[in-house]
Design a protein around this ligand. Structure first.
Ligand SMILES: Cc1cc2nc3c(=O)[nH]c(=O)nc-3n(C[C@H](O)[C@H](O)[C@H](O)COP(=O)(O)OP(=O)(O)OC[C@H]3O[C@@H](n4cnc5c(N)ncnc54)[C@H](O)[C@@H]3O)c2cc1C
Length: 476
């Protein structure tokens, strides 16, 4: 038995219905969340807030060690930030000559990579782009509200900084952004379109260079420290009886009509072995929120969700010269490089690499890695020269899962005990609190806060994934 898990809550002998009816309240269930990144921890938060007993399984010794660790800091996304639409293209040109958009596309012979990109390119069509943004918007607004409520309720400080400035290098880029800009108007998104002087007035660290054609300023959008937020939330959850099985990797799971059982890999070397640990955890429902680790788990269960792993890069350094450091987050619109100031550090993030899946999960080829880091360095050199102490630059990269239509994969599956919350792509933070609530409401059988169209747009069912049904009791 895992000593930290009260046996009466998570032992394999429990039988359905083990949910407890609270007077005037929903059924209280034992819910297992696989993944201790931003998505898993916010999901645990919403499940706990709904009254459930929750256990988070995380393979690392603490939370936020993968994509949520080197996250660029932006808490968005606006229609200018999403990674689909007219501003983004992958194709032969990008493959042969590289891309001004900062994307590195090297599919090799991988038909799956090419098919993913073909689908993503469909989203470039302006009408389709507008439609997807309209569907995504309620989720972004829900996330925004829930994040503010969580911050206010617990008086959280995680290096939040207001103001985001997108910079455009040419009139051509501004033209490319037209569809996004018109959506900002349509959504009544607080923003200002600025000429080069206006950009420098708002953010004096932006240098006087010819390459600046203008900018869009979001006064209320923010950047912040994602791993810090996730860790603070974990502490709060532990104080509220959420169990964290840290240093434990979920190998597979078994869905039964009356319960779900997660099988764990044997204890990691070096982990405390003072307590005897069980190799399984059983509960009433399971949420897969394991970031890039979601795919193998879903495959085991017979679910073919077309999520694609994309490697994203980051450079971090202490501030070099304070007078050159920006006060707000600056985004190079074309290369999508985010330049954020996190307390006394500068972070440059983006440079996504799309290649064959098996290559993505291996160390990146040095020349591709160099190219990615060069993209980040160039954006920093152009927009905030002197801001970072270059001698102390540290690079990092992580994998984020993207869906072929750019939206996350969040919701119920054909099996009533299995839920997915993954594929948030490069806009994970701006969506995490909202998708967590969607899952918590579904698990609890509560009415959704999102409209039916938005829910359908993020549901796993949109890919007709089929998958496990109650009758298939063993998916190991
Ligand atoms: C360099 C970079 C910059 C980014 N910049 C931004 C940004 O500025 N703004 C933004 O919104 N988004 C950004 N993103 C994307 C954002 O980081 C992700 O969308 C978000 O962090 C995803 O969180 P997650 O919890 O789903 O995944 P992760 O943070 O990867 O968490 C998944 C967790 O599951 C665990 N896990 C996996 N498999 C198992 C298993 N079998 N058993 C147990 N545990 C398991 C992993 O150890 C990990 O901790 C960026 C991503 C990267 C890589």
């Amino acid at each position: 038995m895992i000593a930290r898990f009260p046996a009466r809550r998570f032992d394999g002998a429990r039988r359905f219905p083990n949910a407890v009816q609270r007077p005037g309240f929903l059924l209280v269930m034992d819910v297992i969340v696989i993944g201790g990144g931003l998505t898993g921890v916010t999901t645990a938060y919403q499940l706990r807030a709904a009254g459930h007993r929750v256990c988070v399984i995380e393979q690392h010794a603490t939370v936020a060690q993968e994509a949520s660790f080197g996250q660029g800091g932006l808490v968005l996304p606006t229609p200018l930030d999403v990674w689909f639409g007219p501003g983004l293209s992958f194709g032969l040109r990008q493959m042969l000559f590289g891309s001004r958009s900062g994307m590195i596309y090297q599919p090799g012979l991988s038909a799956v990579a090419r098919s993913f990109v073909r689908h993503l390119n469909v989203e470039r069509e302006p009408e389709r782009f507008a439609q997807q943004c309209v569907r995504l918007r309620p989720l972004v607004e829900l996330s925004r509200r829930l994040l503010s409520e969580t911050e206010a309720r617990h008086a959280m400080e995680f290096e939040q900084r207001e103001g985001v400035l997108h910079l455009f290098r040419s009139p051509r880029e501004l033209k490319q952004a037209a569809a996004g800009l018109s959506l900002l108007q349509q959504f009544d998104y607080p923003h200002q379109v600025l000429d080069p002087d206006g950009c420098r007035t708002i953010e004096p660290s932006v240098p006087k260079i010819e390459a600046l054609a203008g900018g869009v300023f979001f006064p209320y959008e923010r950047s912040a420290n994602c791993p810090l937020f996730t860790k603070q939330l974990k502490t709060l959850l532990e104080e509220n009886e959420v169990q964290f099985a840290l240093g434990r990797r979920a190998l597979s799971f078994k869905l039964e009509s009356e319960r779900v059982v997660v099988h764990l890999a044997p204890d990691q070397e070096g982990a405390s072995s003072k307590t005897t640990r069980t190799e399984t955890i059983a509960g009433d429902a399971l949420v897969i929120a394991a970031g890039a680790g979601s795919q193998p788990l879903l495959k085991e269960a017979g679910l073919r969700v077309p999520l694609y792993p994309v490697r994203v890069h980051a450079l971090t350094a202490p501030i070099g010269y304070e007078e050159h450091a920006p006060h707000m987050t600056v985004v190079d619109y074309e290369s999508r490089v985010t330049i954020s100031r996190l307390h006394n550090r500068m972070r440059f993030a983006s440079a996504p690499l799309v290649q064959a899946q098996r290559k993505t999960f291996r160390p990146t080829e040095p020349k591709l890695r160099e190219r990615a880091l060069e993209t980040l360095g160039q954006a920093g050199h152009t927009w905030v020269p002197g801001a970072a102490k270059l001698s102390a630059l540290r690079d990092w990269d992580g994998i984020t899962l993207m869906s072929p239509d750019g939206l996350p994969v969040t919701g119920a599956t054909a099996h009533p005990r299995l839920f997915i919350n993954a594929g948030h792509g490069p806009g994970g933070w701006g969506l995490a609190c909202g998708t967590a609530k969607v899952v918590a409401d579904l698990v609890s059988g509560q009415p959704a806060e999102l409209d039916a169209d938005s829910l359908a747009a993020i549901s796993p069912a949109r890919f007709s994934v089929g998958g496990p049904h109650t009758s298939r009791s063993d998916h190991r």
